[in-house]
Design a protein around this ligand. Sequence first.
Ligand code: SF4
Length: 449
Amino acid sequence: MALTGIDIFKQLPKTNCGDCGVPTCLAFAMKIAAGQAELAGCPHLSEDAASALSEASAPPIRAVTIGVGEDAVKVGGELVLYRHEKTFFNPCVFAAVIDDGMDAATIDGLLKQTNESRFVRVEQDLKAGLVGVKSLSGDTAKFTALIEKVKAATTQPMVLMCGDPAAIEAGLKAAGETSPLIYAATADNYEAMAALALEHKAPLAVCGTGDLDALVELVKKIMAAGVKDIVLDPGTRNPKDTLERLVYIRRAALNKKVKELGFPTIVFPNEETEDKMMEAVYAGLYVGKYGSVIMLSDLNAARALPLYVLRQNIYTDPQRPMQVKPGIYPIGNPTADSPVLITSNFSLTYFIVSGEVEGSRVPAWLCVMDTEGLSVMTSWAAGKFVPEKIVPFIKGVGIEEKVKHRKLVIPGYLATMSGELEDELEGWNVEVGPREAADIPPFLKSWAS
Ligand code: SF4
């Protein structure tokens, strides 16, 4: 980001009208500088200010949208080399590659995986994001028939993969107005591919040969043709070279401001090994550094889920703890006689505690209180998990309608406040649970017996 919040503020109308959703122009400027808002959010910006700011405030790596509507995905738009410097903004996406040489059962199986490979974790919907459609046969009719089939079967945006501009043109017509990613422009076909990308308003992947200087020259020509939404394939097909190129590309874009490398990337772990587990390992490397579109041979749950979780962890804001929604979580069909536990809404705490409760096989009610994502001890020390907050939470969350008894189990680390809480939480007995989550199963078993 070239401009500071103050630089941006100087160009804003300074009327503090609040139409951008924040109370002041300064606050809005700070949000833009932090990459949390876009200039378009201010409807009162003059044309001169908009054009002066838009280029200077654009992220050094362009954000590229693939697809349209609700299932469109945005990749790139990153500002930092390392997640802890700020955050990574637009999660990488995965795609299983379906080709027109596959038999119908294999194609159907991959489409089923594409649609069903979804998991909810920490209230986020985890899924692949894209589907690759590749021409292997060289037969344009087969390629377009496959595109039509994929388009009818899934709403996830496509990557159309073919080196022949004529086949890509037919494929784009078959894809309709879905703005798929075109893969790929090369030194041999870039003029025709660039023209297609412009005509169909589709992003264009540019495939190099492993030589980044040559890739820069190729991208320069494609940018000169007017294409703005570009995705870079370094052209390597082994993990050492690919990882090295991805790091060079990211560093060149951020540190050296090489505009031609300031784009998201596409990588192919599916072409780097025949071993599916190693493919997942390579894909994991690229989740961390710095793959944007990651092509896979399938979305088998045993390999896809760890990749989705890794992506979720890498792309969360390190300055904001992951939180689960406050409320009552029933675990194992609890009844009116089941134990009631309370914990914080720091997601790690929730997962560990709920996992141990589940493992105990004693049905229970887990009350998760809003501690702003802080752990039990941190939130207690910050005054967020204390009797004054717990009492209104327990009285208001609805647990009194679900159980006949009035016994509340608090984390063992909060033993010192048990007396005070019991005095203030009218009608309830407070029981101190274990300090360590691993001791929850024996505790609950003895509680239930
Ligand atoms: S909408 Fe524009 S003028 Fe109004 S407060 Fe926001 S930045 Fe300022």
